[in-house]
Design a protein around this ligand. Structure first.
Ligand code: SAT
Ligand code: MN
Length: 586
């Protein structure tokens, strides 16, 4: 009798449609990984890098039209349109199956079909979930091996069960005209065709661990969030855990690996995760976070000794680079790695590069690296019960409006702060860069159901956590009138984390403002950092006109969700207006 009957049935059914030449069940072993790498080196999918300086590192150049997530081709296919909500693209499930199903017919002819069982979450954790991705891309398989616990470990946990998230992926013909990323949350099913790029193709990540998991989390009473997880150790050795939600390419990975400057070297940041957290109410009444991933899929440009020395130390071995440039010595290179680019670079598309020609590495070029290689990885990153979260931090990329940091008044107000978030777009998704868009909890591209129901679920979670985390908002990206950043960011962000830590402990100086508790101008530790005159006041200033405009923008967004918007969000929005009107009156 077959051991994994439901899985085998599904594999047979997929094979009869996609008609691969071969089927390979992945065991996740090192030998299997090496065989796949060698095959890809032979057919040019991968290029070897300098093996003395970068052992086990390879470069993949993706199709130039396939370099970022494509949100306009990403759909939530629920039986009722209202369940996907106005912020998601929706397709009726039957219609989606008919339209996109055709594209899978014979799509794997001439190719090997890989069956990739994987676990999201630590092997021994009750909170982990099983998925299986069927793909015709060996590049996806080797990335999945880094990003998840893949192969035997997942099959063993699956046993006879038919409870796993099914993910079907085919490169198809890589044409954006025939590219679809479909989610059927009611069936725990994902279909992705026409893209080999990260978030579109590594189905364990955004598709499973966020879109499908957010749906399951609402049913089961937990949260799947687009947040990093860190432990902040203070000089007494006590570690306080925090989760921070920022949109893609807004600095989650750098914050997760922060190194404090000399003056605050008694503080240390431990990395638990850099992108996704699954948050459950633990038996101790605290919110417990696990990182469902086993690796980092980070943005390369801007990664340097200054911005993220931990990551730089992690990515010199066993890494798959995607769309970076290469030096004549076969070393990976990207903008910001060194102050001046070396001579003789080959750009991300494989052409000789000369300065002034545009970026040598694609702005969304990436590295895939095992989390355990990170020098700051927390000793607790695989704890089955997760780490207890004391603070949740929301943040966006805002040139104006949002101050450097503020604290919400309560859980309900904090949920409103997350719901009212906005951020300027980055190269992580295709489309215009630098446009401000509403991005509640940094989940606008990743929430697998109606955003209004999602806010209701957050509010409900607050009722169920005996010791709820305090909720904050940060903005590292505020600029002066000349467009220069007012805050140095990176390691200096520890000063903000220190204030957050103090607030959690019932200390830390703050002023009550219409938007929440804002640090007084002397509240942040500034030893060793001198800002230009007036910069701190500007960073902490609540501008009445800017906030009035912000309030109106929030209102327009909430109107879109009106049909299901929880009354508490409206109330908080009204209370903000009242508090702001007092500000402009003074
Ligand atoms: O491409 S991913 O979606 O995995 C990365 C990101 O955009 O956050
Ligand atoms: Mn992300």
């Amino acid at each position: 009798m077959p051991q994994h009957r439901a899985l085998e049935q599904w594999v047979d059914q997929v094979a009869s449609i996609t008609r691969p030449d071969r089927i390979h069940w992945c065991d996740g072993s090192e030998e299997e990984y090496q065989v796949l790498i060698e095959g890809m080196l032979r057919d040019g999918t991968l290029i070897g890098l300098n093996h003395q300086r970068y052992p086990g590192c390879y470069l993949h150049r993706s199709h130039p039209s396939d370099v970022a997530r494509t949100e306009h081709l990403t759909f939530i296919c629920t039986s009722r349109k209202e369940d996907a909500g106005p912020t998601n693209n929706w397709m009726e499930p039957k219609e989606a199956r008919a339209q996109v199903g055709k594209l899978f017919e014979g799509s794997m002819k001439g190719r090997t079909m890989f069956v990739v069982p994987y676990l999201m979450g630590p092997a021994g954790s009750p909170y982990s979930k099983i998925g299986v991705e069927i793909t015709d891309s060996p590049y996806v398989v080797v990335n999945m091996r880094i990003m998840t616990r893949m192969g035997k470990v997942a099959l063993e946990r699956l046993g006879e069960s038919d409870s796993f998230v099914r993910g079907l992926h085919s490169l198809g013909d890589l044409s954006p005209d025939r590219r679809f990323i479909l989610h059927f949350p009611e069936e725990r099913l994902i279909w992705s065709i026409g893209s080999g790029y990260g978030g579109n193709a590594l189905l364990g990540k955004k598709c499973h661990a966020l879109r499908i998991a957010s749906w399951i989390g609402r049913e089961e009473g937990w949260l799947a969030e687009h947040t990093l997880i860190i432990g902040v150790e203070d000089p007494s050795g006590q570690v306080t855990y925090m989760a921070a939600a920022f949109p893609s390419a807004c600095g989650k990975t750098n914050l997760a690996m922060l190194v404090a400057p000399l003056q605050l070297s008694g503080y240390k940041v431990w990395t638990v995760g850099d992108d996704i957290a699954w948050l459950h109410v633990g038996p101790d009444g605290r919110l417990r976070a696990i990182n469902p991933e086993a690796g980092f899929f980070g943005v390369a440009p801007g990664t340097s000794v200054k911005t993220n020395s931990n990551m730089l130390a992690a990515i010199d071995r066993n890494v798959i680079f995607t769309n970076v440039a290469v030096t004549p010595d076969g070393e990976p290179w990207w903008e910001g790695k060194d102050p001046t680019p070396p001579n003789g670079l080959v750009d991300w598309q494989g052409n000789p590069w000369t300065p002034g020609e545009g970026a040598a590495a694609h702005p969304n070029s990436r590295f895939t690296v095992p989390a355990r290689q990170c020098p700051s990885i927390s000793p607790h990153w695989e704890d089955p019960e997760g780490v207890p979260i004391s603070a949740i931090i929301f943040g966006g990329r805002r040139a104006r409006v949002a101050p450097l940091v503020y604290q919400s008044y309560s859980w309900q107000h904090g949920v409103f702060v997350g719901a009212g978030m906005a951020s300027e777009t980055t190269a992580a998704q295709s489309g215009a860069v630098g446009v401000t868009r509403r991005d509640p909890m940094a989940m606008i591209p990743f929430c697998g159901y109606n955003m209004a129901d999602y806010f209701a679920h957050w509010l409900d979670m607050g009722q169920r956590i005996a010791h709820p985390p305090a909720i904050f908002h940060v903005n590292w990206f505020r600029t002066d009138t000349q467009g220069r950043f007012l805050w140095p960011g990176f390691g200096e962000n520890i000063r903000v984390l220190k204030w957050i830590l103090e607030r959690v402990q019932g200390q830390g100086k703050a002023a009550e403002t219409p938007i929440g508790f804002v640090p007084t101008s002397d509240a942040l530790e500034m030893d060793g950092l001198s800002l230009p005159a007036g910069a701190m006041d500007e960073l902490l200033r609540i501008d009445a006109d800017a906030w009035a405009a912000e309030h109106a923008e929030q209102g327009l967004f909430f109107d879109r969700l009106a049909a299901r918007l929880p009354v508490q969000i409206r109330q908080e929005h009204d209370m903000l207006r009242q508090r702001l009107s007092r500000l402009s009156a003074t």
